[in-house]
Design a protein around this ligand. Structure first.
Ligand code: S3P
Length: 432
């Protein structure tokens, strides 16, 4: 734990936020680059590696598989062979680590057990294991379809998967398993989810929207793993929303990941009237990198269509807080997937917004928020990093004081967030 307190106390911000930030490496990209290093023995040097506990969980798993991992601040060097043929791998809170490892290990000789903390051990894993079994994978889960997972490396055969769910973790697990399978593995999802694995492996989408991968392509393409990891685009959303919550504020985020399949929150905010500039400046490991500038201004209610959900799934806690301050009805369509994140985020969001004095309800799988003036409240993070940070920034716009218990779980993705916020708004934040 980096953050040693339990409760954050937030007072309504009385001065504008003027933030200029370079963020720790993107969580999805950091974990993928670390895990894909298992494929061979090349030495990989990662700069600006993500600082969150999830990114460190991925490193400890590859270390347990036999890789040498050296960490010096945000610089990580990975070398050597993943020579171990049996290990118990603790994925802690990281769904991306657990699900991608299932794909990577399913076709390697050996036997492994994947475990996780109580939150990860409650999350559905059959969505990954069922498609992998169609390729010949031997993976056993608990009777509830959850961790622990027992994997016996098996001979895999390529398969064409037409998924009913849009999930980057499921798609990535299949593609990574495909690298150890005989023949071609193809995968299509109803809506495109984040494509970091495809970019890293140099894959192309066909006209019928399938991604294909085969063992032989490993020889043709060496993933570009070394280099600087762009700043985390999901963490950037918290700064963007904070700037929109506090009058006269501005947030400038430099060197951040600008992947279009992660940038849905920027489009939604622009449609609502926000002044946002986002410009690509560079490329790194197949990803675009650039700067984002967000200025405070009056907003219309937010409207999120079902098609956009995969492109902003992790930003819904932050966007919900913002919607709670905008008068009128904001609707987030088809967000049922939030029920199986690090917490039941749908019920956590409804609880949080109701406590703050605005209205929120779930109608089938749609989240409907009626915004208004917020008042300070006692909130709980439910052990969920994104609910913790969203609750703290909500407090910046709520009259009086907001307390957020269990706020230290922000460590999972963004341990330095509170300290950075404190440097910009010292009168608004304290801890106990
Ligand atoms: C992730 C994919 C998303 C996202 C998660 C990270 C990834 O999950 O919510 O935080 O890195 O692939 P799903 O694939 O379950 O939608």
């Amino acid at each position: 734990m980096v953050n040693k307190f339990t409760t954050a106390h937030v007072r309504c911000a009385t001065t504008p936020l003027r933030a200029r930030c370079v963020l720790p490496g993107d969580k999805s990209v950091s974990i993928r680059r670390a895990l894909v290093s298992l494929l061979d023995a090349q030495t990989v040097t990662l700069e600006n590696y993500g600082t969150g506990a999830d990114c460190l969980a991925a490193l400890s798993c590859i270390d347990a598989l036999g890789k040498h991992v050296r960490r010096d601040g945000n610089k990580v060097t990975i070398s050597g062979e993943a020579a171990k043929t049996s290990a118990t791998l603790d994925c802690r809170n990281s769904g991306t680590t657990a699900r991608l490892l299932m794909g990577l290990l399913a076709g390697r000789p050996g036997s492994w057990v994947l475990t996780g903390d109580s939150s990860l051990s409650a999350r559905p894993m059959l969505r990954v294991v069922e498609p992998l079994r169609l390729m010949g994978a031997k993976i056993e889960l608990s009777r509830e379809g959850t961790l622990p997972a027992r994997i016996e490396g098996a001979d895999l055969t390529g398969h064409e998967h037409d998924l009913s769910l849009s999930s980057a973790q499921v798609k990535s697990a299949i593609l990574l398993a495909g690298l150890h399978a005989r023949g071609v593995t193809r995968v299509r999802e109803p809506l495109n989810s984040r494509d970091h694995t495809e970019r890293l492996l140099g894959l192309r989408q066909s006209e019928d929207r399938f991604w294909s991968v085969m063992r032989e392509m490993q020889a043709d393409h060496t993933p570009e793993l070394s280099g600087a990891i762009p700043g985390d685009l999901s963490s950037a959303a918290f700064w963007g929303v904070a700037a929109l919550l506090v009058p006269d504020s501005e947030a400038v985020i430099e060197g951040v990941l600008l992947n279009p399949l992660r940038a849905g929150w920027i489009e939604v905010l622009r449609r609502a009237g926000a002044a946002i500039e986002a410009a690509v400046e560079d490329q790194s490991g197949g990803e675009s990198v650039g700067n984002i500038v967000i200025r405070n201004g009056k907003l219309k209610p937010l409207s999120i269509s079902a098609d956009e959900v995969p492109t902003l799934i992790d930003e819904i806690p932050a966007l919900s807080v913002l919607a709670a301050t905008i008068s009128g009805e904001s609707v987030f369509h088809q967000v049922g997937e939030l029920r199986v994140k690090e917490s039941d985020r749908l019920s956590a969001i409804v609880e949080q917004i109701t406590c703050l004095g605005a209205k929120a309800a779930v109608k089938r799988d749609d989240l409907v928020i009626h915004g208004g003036a917020l008042r300070g409240a006692e909130l709980d993070a439910h052990g969920d990093h994104r609910i913790a940070i969203a609750s703290v920034i909500a407090g910046l716009a709520a009259q009086g004081t907001t307390t957020v218990s269990d706020a230290a779980c922000a460590d999972i993705s963004y341990p330095s967030f509170y300290n950075e916020l404190l440097t910009h708004l010292p009168d608004s934040l304290s801890f106990s």
